[in-house]
Design a protein around this ligand. Sequence first.
Ligand code: 13P
Length: 257
Amino acid sequence: MSTASTPTRTPVIAGNWKMNNTVKETETLLKELIPLVEGASAAVVVCVPFTDIKRAAQLTKRTNIAVGAQNVAWADKGAFTGEISADMLKEAGAKYVIIGHSERRQYFGETDVTVNKRLKQALSKGLTAIVCVGETLLEREGGITEQVVKAQIEGGFKDITAAQTKKVIVAYEPVWAIGTGKTASAKDAQDTIAFIRGVLKKRFGAVSGEKLRIQYGGSMNAQNVDELMAQPDIDGGLIGGASLKAADFARIVKFKA
Ligand code: 13P
């Protein structure tokens, strides 16, 4: 396994399918993808729509692909119309869950407070959480990127212990780079991710902070993956558009760093 990460951090690359793929389309994509991702340079995850989880988990059984969801309720069960519980996700076969994606924050009122509640629930149920942070274009241009991601981490990780971070992955996704074809330069991504690692080390101690995996997300693709993954603090990617094309996603998970 080749990696720019330290020996303590196994790289992890996750596809975020967002609101794409019916069960039939999921079958087609996964059947194409499974043989292509054998021998990947990273742990491989696909975070699929809720209705696809069960079929995706069946198809990827005994492969190197794990299945994740894109949200989880903070409550066990009950009167929470439109939400989905951790037990439901686990029963369907999900092992991972994305929490606090910028699209959830932008369109569905997700805040650091709700991220924190969902994170606590995911961890208490044994799911591995991919917690997303990142600044908007306005925030970047205003020079407050570090302030923004620091606040997102402090709020999102309130009351979380160092021991719990074993089941946490942080995804740094600058909002202006999502779905735009604009990637942060490898240096900018590295700089902000190194800053995030510093915040995590302060919060959870040097050992846990050093072990936490931090992904880059935002127009990561088959062309730019190698350079991004060569950065010392970048431990993987959260991939949107390019995760919907089997050949592209396969090239990404077989990055050369
Ligand atoms: P794109 O790769 O399509 O820019 O999406 C990134 C993303 O939002 C992954 O969560």
